[in-house]
Design a protein. Structure first.
Length: 166
């Protein structure tokens, strides 16, 4: 699949909301990635822009009304059965936003997790590609693209590219 083809089918959004050294994560109740910690997000509804979609998703999943988000770029994935992709957004909130403990929601368990824990290579409870793209997006304000290749559910490789804009 060409890079351009992968970018045409971006049906999902994800947001990583940070506060200091913490990031708001959701342990998903349903597939895909059931039982794994992930950012907040979901499917882009008809007529929505990616930004409108992620603001709605964060409000629905966490009750947070974000005043703004930053576009981090794109993550695409390929496996033997197909391909997909998502727009990645970042947001930062003040420390007073952090609520200790976990909150059970219809989407899963919501909790502020230490960023170092989320990115730890030994942590098998977080979606496998996050530790590859999130540190780069948090460190560099230029949007970029990551392509992840899977064999079954095992992440085989991750490639980073400049984000081609039109």
């Amino acid at each position: 699949m060409s890079r351009a083809a992968a970018l045409c089918d971006l049906r999902y959004t994800i947001c990583f909301v940070t506060s200091g050294e913490y990031v708001l994560m959701l342990n998903r109740r349903r597939a895909p990635n059931m039982g794994l910690w992930n950012g907040l997000g979901g499917k882009i509804e008809p007529g929505e822009t990616p930004t409108e979609s992620i603001l709605r998703e964060v409000r629905e999943e966490a009750g947070l009304v974000l005043p703004d988000v930053v576009y981090g770029g794109v993550v695409t994935w390929q496996w033997e059965g197909g391909a997909g992709g998502m727009h990645v957004f970042l947001a930062s909130v003040p420390p007073k936003t952090i609520v200790q403990g976990v909150r059970d929601t219809p989407e899963g368990i919501l909790a502020w997790q230490p960023l170092a824990w989320v990115l730890d290579p030994a942590n098998r409870g977080v979606v496998s590609n996050i530790r590859h793209f999130l540190p780069v997006m948090l460190r560099d304000p230029r949007p970029c693209r990551f392509n992840c290749l899977y064999d079954q559910e095992r992440l085989v490789s991750v490639e980073q590219f400049p984000l081609e804009t039109r």
